[in-house]
Design a protein around this ligand. Structure first.
Ligand SMILES: [Zn+2]
Length: 241
């Protein structure tokens, strides 16, 4: 087998670079996906937590109301007991004192009653809020599931495209000598997925650094691979245009 000439190999590297640039971009995008999913999950979790908090507040208020109702029943019982004692009293003074006690006890009872009414209103209020939030949360859950599915679908799509690109890559690799390929791969990994660039006018297509005419002549001789002094990328001149 005749050795592959450098000009042809550089042409193959350019084809490889097109594939590798897409691979690089896809991998970069893919790496950002877990974080994207995490943000969606955290946002939905915090909405769920807010809902749980509201429900807890609602239960607390209901418990407070029940407690107050118990307190009121006790107070009413106490008032009744005082009223029962009223007629067994002997002096008018004792009678008056007891009447006062009964009145105080009734007043205490009505204070508790007011609190219960206030709690009823609060419980109703929070129930409206809970119902509203529940509706909102179910909408948000749908949105969350949809968004997450969109990300998952995109990951799947990227994986499919990546395996297509990998097999396209495998087809080009035999067109390049191992030594040339390993230099290309090394630059690819250290230079953000861009290893070979076209010289445009008099500047490097990778870093825009000026490429002197004598270097351009060297590139056109195709004796050695010529790299940019600044960014180290392989320089290529498209002579088909
Ligand atoms: Zn450069």
């Amino acid at each position: 087998m005749s050795p592959l000439d450098l000009k042809t190999q550089l042409g193959s590297l350019i084809k490889l670079q097109t594939i590798d640039s897409e691979i690089y971009a896809l991998r970069l995008e893919k790496e950002s996906k877990p974080q994207e999913i995490k943000v969606l999950e955290q946002s939905f979790e915090s909405k769920k937590a807010h809902m749980a908090e509201l429900e807890k507040k609602s239960l607390d208020l209901q418990k407070q109301r029940k407690d107050k109702e118990g307190e009121l029943a006790q107070k009413e019982e106490a008032t009744k007991k005082l009223q029962g004692q009223l007629f067994s009293l002997k002096t008018n003074k004792e009678y008056q004192t007891m009447l006062q006690q009964i009145q105080d006890s009734k007043a205490d009872g009505s204070v508790i009653e007011d609190k219960i009414l206030g709690l009823f209103a609060l419980v109703d209020e929070i129930k409206v809020e809970v119902d509203k939030e529940k509706l909102k949360l179910s909408e948000e859950e749908k949105a969350f599931v949809t968004q997450k599915k969109k990300v998952d679908d995109r990951i799947k799509e990227m994986d499919d495209r990546l395996s297509q690109l990998e097999s396209a890559r495998k087809q080009i690799i035999p067109e390049v000598e191992a030594k040339v390929l390993s230099q290309y791969d090394r630059i690819l990994n250290s230079r953000d997925g861009l290893a070979i660039v076209t010289v445009k006018g008099n500047s490097c297509g990778g870093c825009n650094m000026f490429v002197p005419p004598q270097v351009i002549n060297l590139i056109k001789m195709y004796e050695h691979m010529i790299t940019c002094e600044m960014c180290n990328r392989i320089l290529y001149i498209d002579e088909s245009r």
